[in-house]
Design a binder for this molecule. Structure first.
Ligand SMILES: Cc1ncc(COP(=O)(O)O)c(C=O)c1O
Length: 410
């Protein structure tokens, strides 16, 4: 097969089969299109999958983050700590609530916040700033796990709430320091974890998100927040009118807090449920592809480095990020991406440091975090999805090797 004959490989893509399509058709032929029994089934299955007490589905990962921050009553005057490297929504959703953002540095070799980055940030804060920190959000980037256990110890010490943005990491498991096998989403070290089911993530729902928690009060608040703040259960009403509570007229409900329409639909959850059934299979396939990439990159070039998993982590990778020292190779990342694309290999960059976006530059002035800059300068996401075979991985790595040998003669 010549280069140009190889099918185009995007960096990410959903995998749908006939069961997924039938599941959606069944809902379309039924009585419920918006929030109905399939939403509940999806939430039950998600909760069982990640081993949390509660799961609340919603319209996107961004909505999930917004609801999580709102559930913690985060508002004006509060500060939220987030890593410099993530999708902008991790920070934006706290800004929606009126909070300010403090960016930590990250590990230059994984893009993730470490305990040492949190301690370094604390060292730069005034007592007032430290006092105003309400929460910290760690991000399980690419599907790997951040140092959640160590970060949670620091956070608890300062009384901060802990959110984990696991939008990339549904299906990942890891070991605690004392050897317990934990699942991303079980909230063992956090108050809430947040997921996205955007098509390139480990399961696809079109648009979709969820929050998991083990805290019933947070769960109750999240349910209110996603549906305009409306409580229909008369047992939970807060108004003085006891007669209405004892004998509730059928049209009466209470709006108790300011919420949104962040509900998920039965249509989306039918797809999500069918995809969740296949999560173990998807994860195993993604792992096989990652192992193959890692093997092929081993020894390819001193300037090309895969991301290592933390000890005990069995990652369900959403992204295959490889760190390439473009400077040392003497090629710009843009030219590299263009060359890959001409060989039918799609790629992407995840992510530019959040503080470097004009909105945050204007809000907080220019900032730099050395680890984040080093990670960003080298990161390139290569194709990783369930439609791919190990031969496709061979193809991608062969193209990279070819480009590199073309630049640096052996
Ligand atoms: C780390 C991270 N957080 C949050 C989100 C937001 O998720 P959604 O696109 O479902 O709103 C994304 C989406 O790419 C993400 O990658």
């Amino acid at each position: 097969m010549t280069l140009r004959d190889h099918k185009y490989l995007p960096y990410g893509r959903q995998y749908l089969d006939d069961d997924d399509i039938q599941a959606v058709v069944d809902v379309l032929q039924g009585d419920w299109l918006t929030t109905g029994p399939t939403v509940q089934k999806f939430e039950d299955k998600l909760r069982q999958t990640v081993k949390s007490d509660y799961a609340v589905s919603c319209s996107s990962g961004t909505a999930a983050l917004h609801m999580a921050y709102m559930a913690l009553n985060i508002g004006t005057g509060d500060r939220v700590i987030v890593p410099a490297i993530s999708f902008v929504a991790t920070a934006n959703a706290a800004v929606y609530c009126g909070a300010d953002i403090l960016f930590t540095d990250v590990d230059p070799d994984t893009g993730m916040m470490r305990a040492q980055d949190v301690l370094a940030l604390i060292g730069t804060l005034s007592p007032e700033e430290l006092q105003s920190v309400a929460a910290i959000t760690a991000v399980n980037l690419t599907g790997e796990v951040a140092e959640i256990e160590a970060i949670s110890i620091i956070a608890r010490q300062y009384g901060w709430k802990i959110i984990v943005d696991s939008c990339h990491a549904l299906g990942t498991t890891y070991l605690s320091r004392d050897g317990k096998k934990l699942a991303v989403g079980d909230c063992y070290f956090s108050d809430m974890e947040v997921f996205s089911f955007h098509p390139v993530k480990t399961i696809a729902m079109g648009e979709g998100g969820a929050i998991t928690t083990n805290d019933q009060d947070l769960y109750d608040r999240l349910c209110l927040l996603r549906n305009h703040g409306i409580e229909r259960d008369a047992e939970k009403w807060i108004s003085e009118s006891k007669s209405e509570i004892e004998n509730p007229p059928p049209w009466v409900y209470e709006m108790q807090i300011l919420g949104y329409n962040y509900r998920q639909s039965d249509i989306h959850c039918a797809l999500g449920l069918s995809q969740l059934d296949k999560l173990p299979e998807f994860t195993a396939h993604r792992r096989r592809l990652v192992v193959k990439y890692d093997q092929l990159f081993m020894g390819l070039s001193a300037h090309v480095k895969p991301i290592n998993s933390a000890r005990g982590c069995s990652a369900a990778r959403h992204l295959y990020v490889v760190l390439i020292d473009f400077k040392a190779l003497g090629i710009s990342r843009l030219d590299f991406i263009r060359e890959l694309s001409s060989r039918n290999v799609g790629s992407q960059v995840h992510y530019m440091p959040i503080y470097a976006h004009p909105f945050y530059r204007e809000k907080y002035g220019p900032q730099t975090r050395c680890g984040a800059e080093e990670y960003y300068a080298r990161a390139l996401s290569l194709p990783l999805h369930v439609n791919m075979s190990r031969d496709d991985v061979d193809y991608v790595t062969a193209q990279i090797s070819d480009i590199i040998t073309g630049i640096v003669p052996a």
